[in-house]
Design a protein around this ligand. Structure first.
Ligand code: TYD
Length: 153
């Protein structure tokens, strides 16, 4: 099944929203296959946000992402990349639809609660960037038969 990469950003840590965000992913039926706390560095952020290095907001983005340690996660499920992107909503929390994580929990375009991979290819790259293979757990979710139809597994 597909896996996707998530960062609970410093805004989530500072605002005490870790439990709320995590609960949403778990209630949806997504499986946590990896999770750890880490202090991000400029070097890894320059890789992760390589597509944004030339943007005027990049120095602020760096500061924002290094403001506190973050929580890194891998979530697994059918079509997990697309499902999680829909759950988080548009980049700017003020424009994100109500009901989405950004739409419900944030007011900012930068302090926007979560990162989630935007494609299957990027999910694989990002998971490998932030996790060693032995940090990702392959275990059976007992609720799977209640979460999916047989032909969806
Ligand atoms: P981006 O990859 O465009 O969006 P997303 O996180 O939804 O995949 O941007 C990465 C992060 O850069 C975004 O989550 C917050 C920050 N950012 C800004 O601070 N200002 C901006 O104008 C944009 C577009 C992004």
């Amino acid at each position: 099944m597909e896996q996707t990469f998530i960062i609970l950003k410093p805004s989530t840590i500072q605002r005490g929203l870790v439990g709320d965000v995590l609960t949403r992913f778990q209630r949806k039926g997504l499986q946590i296959t990896a999770m750890k706390m880490a202090q991000l560095t400029e070097a890894i952020l320059r890789e992760h946000y390589a597509h944004l290095i030339e943007k005027p907001f990049f120095p602020d983005l760096l500061r924002s992402m290094m403001a506190t340690p973050v929580i890194l996660m891998v979530l697994k499920g059918k079509d997990a990349v697309e499902v999680v992107r829909q759950m988080i909503g548009s980049t700017n929390c003020r424009k994100a639809a109500p009901g989405t994580i950004r739409g419900d929990f944030g007011m900012s375009g930068q302090e926007n609660i979560v990162h989630a991979s935007d494609s299957i290819d990027n999910a694989i790259i990002e998971i490998n960037r932030f996790f060693k293979p032995e940090e990702i757990y392959d275990y059976d979710l007992l609720l799977k038969p209640a979460t999916y139809a047989p032909d969806e597994l």
